[in-house]
Write a protein that binds this ligand. Structure first.
Ligand code: SF4
Length: 441
């Protein structure tokens, strides 16, 4: 996905709040600072049981686990030296056994006059992932008929390095799949953002799993991360302030429904018609629109929570009146809300974002069909706006013939889709493997 106003955030375009932290120039020193993880587990991703077991095996009293939890989650420690409440020999022992921080370096770009901070994170094995911190100033004055919207700080985080789904409008999709993130690598994105916010007295109020990767293809670790982030003794963020998005991994949605979570489910829909969605979200060739929406509908019924549908607006491709009517028909009567997001330009894509007028007309038409719609503002236009753009830039530009071939393929596929032809192509090989492995978890 792209950094946009996340579901529940509707204060786009407001003036900046407190000054944002400085950009950290990381690229130059990256080579020197890289270190191998040596397979050590990340401390922040351990469950209470795992921590207790480790301290017991070390002959340490049980209260040490609480001290570690506090150091990781209250002091946001990133090195063993910062575990100040522990004796020096134990600090050294912990340093040998764990990675205190799984993110080696950050490069932070500030955009939107301080309202958006886009971070490129270097992991221990050299993988690059992104997170985006979006600030929303307070709005309104409160009082009868004048609702007060509190200041919010929403962090969009990654669940995988790269992504196998390969949506053609997404820079991460262009990068392809790298690997699943460990639980600690997911939650350390949150610790890093919290550390940047800390000096100003602000805290993260919302977390959205809409960064790099398909969260439901790394679901075990995403669930572990949510457990940690919503644990009152650790990050203590209410589950209702967490959004998990998916491009449509139906077994994963059904598994979430069975767990009965309180967080919000978001479906990256982008097209209501199968031929078009086959192209825009290749996973649709495995789980088509009707199956995805049926699973999401069941989720809303069982949990009582409204499902968000994300819809990237692409000029002349999925923004026609026919598409608006199809979308309204698809979701009519559901506990659902649609977020329209103008597309970010991505190098290999021949498409452009829909015009603001077209987005407004599309929204009006869907609303006439009885569906709630919000038009989201794109964030980070001046800092590599598209999801995966910073990592793609770091990876270097693809050769011109490769980009040209990709564009030709996308044009050919989308022309066929607009004629109404279903895709006859198989899932991309990476995605086939990921679906087989992750779709069952
Ligand atoms: S599912 Fe993957 S490829 Fe598709 S938009 Fe999300 S990150 Fe990009």
């Amino acid at each position: 996905m792209s950094p946009t106003d996340a579901p529940g955030d509707d204060t786009a375009g407001a003036t900046p709040v407190t000054p944002a932290p400085k950009t950290i120039p990381a690229r130059a020193s990256r080579r020197d600072s890289r270190r191998t993880a040596g397979g050590l587990p990340g401390l922040s991703g351990l469950s209470d049981g795992e921590l207790d077991k480790w301290f017991a095996a070390e002959g340490q009293p049980a209260f040490r686990a609480r001290q570690i939890r506090d150091a990781v989650w209250r002091q946001n420690a990133s090195t063993a030296d910062e575990l100040m409440t522990l004796p020096a020999p134990l600090r050294a022992r912990i340093d040998e056994a764990f990675r205190i921080d799984t993110i080696v370096e950050d490069e932070v770009k500030i955009a939107d006059r301080g309202l958006t901070e886009k971070a490129l994170h270097l992991l221990s094995d050299g993988a690059l992932i992104e997170s985006v911190l979006m600030h929303y100033p307070a709005r309104g004055f409160g009082g009868p008929g004048r609702p007060m919207h509190r200041e919010r700080h929403t962090l969009c985080i990654s669940s995988q390095a790269g992504c196998a789904v390969g949506c053609p409008f997404c820079a991460t999709g262009e990068l392809g799949f790298g690997r699943d993130l460990e639980t600690a690598e997911i939650v350390d994105q949150v610790r890093h953002a919290a550390r940047r916010l800390g000096p100003s007295g602000r805290t993260i109020t919302n977390i959205v799993f809409m960064g790099m990767g398909e969260p439901l293809l790394n679901l075990d670790r995403v669930l572990e991360a949510i457990t940690i982030l919503s644990d009152p003794r650790r990050f203590a963020l209410g589950a209702r302030h967490i959004v998990v998005s998916t491009s449509g991994v139906v077994p994963g949605i059904r598994r979430l429904t069975a767990l009965g979570p309180q967080f919000t489910l978001a479906i990256s829909l982008h097209a209501a018609r199968d031929p078009l969605r086959d192209v825009l979200v290749p996973l649709n060739r495995r789980w088509p629109v009707a199956e995805v929406v049926a699973a999401a509908r069941d989720h809303a019924r069982v949990t009582g929570r409204r499902v968000s549908y994300e819809y990237v607006m692409i000029s002349g491709v999925n923004d026609t009146d026919v598409d608006a009517d199809a979308l309204a028909r698809l979701l009519r009567g559901d506990l659902a809300h649609v977020n329209l997001i103008p597309m970010n330009a991505v190098a290999h894509t021949p498409w452009e974002a829909s015009s603001p007028e077209r987005v407004a007309q599309f929204a009006a038409r869907v609303r006439q069909g009885g569906i709630g719609v919000t038009i989201r503002a794109n964030r980070g236009q001046d800092a590599g706006a598209a999801c995966g753009q910073l990592a793609a830039d770091a990876a270097g530009e693809a050769a011109a013939p490769i980009v040209a071939r990709r564009r030709e393929t996308i044009i050919r596929q989308s022309e066929a889709a607009l004629r109404g032809d279903r895709s006859v192509e198989n899932l991309p090989a990476d995605l086939e493997v990921a679906v087989k492995a992750g779709g069952k978890r």
